[in-house]
Ligand binder design. Structure first.
Ligand code: HEM
Length: 142
């Protein structure tokens, strides 16, 4: 298959996710600046943890999308369905992992995050299979 169209889609998604989640970093920084208790009070520690994790996983997964795009573009024409498995895994993980942390911090009950946090393990599984598909293929490269 020609991997260039898929690479282009992941480049666009990666840069958009990076923009979104680094903007989230600026929003977190702003809440620090204004010493917002809703984010910084000890009683809201879980919210802060969830949103810090959403920001960190979001920016880093955005970079993984860009790395995936560059990897498949570098390989050019390839055989097999592994680029589609990698792409599906990364697409799901890019939304479910940071999205789950983001949703988990919206409503915090005592130390428990909201049920949205359940998206996180699904995102982790998707990421595992996506990255495994790429890693196994890249290992076969000479
Ligand atoms: C590619 C860009 C970025 C990456 C890879 C990144 C990564 C991370 C990571 C890993 C953490 C967690 C650190 C820890 O818990 O010890 C973090 C936290 C944080 N980041 Fe970023 N970040 C990026 C961009 C930004 C930008 C542009 C801002 C805004 C100025 C920002 C603001 C923050 C803040 C305020 C925290 C702490 C949140 C808190 O604990 O309340 N980040 N970042």
């Amino acid at each position: 298959m020609n991997t260039l169209p898929l690479a282009r889609r992941h480049l666009k998604l990666g840069w958009c996710l990076l923009l979104f989640f680094l903007t989230m970093g600026i929003a977190l920084e702003t809440m620090h600046g204004f010493k917002l208790g809703w984010y910084l009070d000890v009683s809201n520690e879980t919210r802060r943890l969830m949103w810090r994790l959403a920001h960190a996983h979001g920016v880093l997964l955005a970079l993984v999308h860009i790395a995936f795009a560059l990897t498949i573009a570098h390989l050019g024409e390839v055989n097999g369905g592994w680029p589609r498995i990698g792409s599906l895994g990364l697409n799901l993980a890019g939304f479910l992992l940071p999205g789950g942390f983001l949703l988990g911090g919206i409503i915090v009950h005592e130390a428990d995050p909201w049920l949205g946090i359940l998206l996180v393990p699904l995102g982790a599984l998707a990421l595992f299979f996506g990255v495994a598909a790429v890693a196994l293929r890249v290992l076969r490269e000479r």
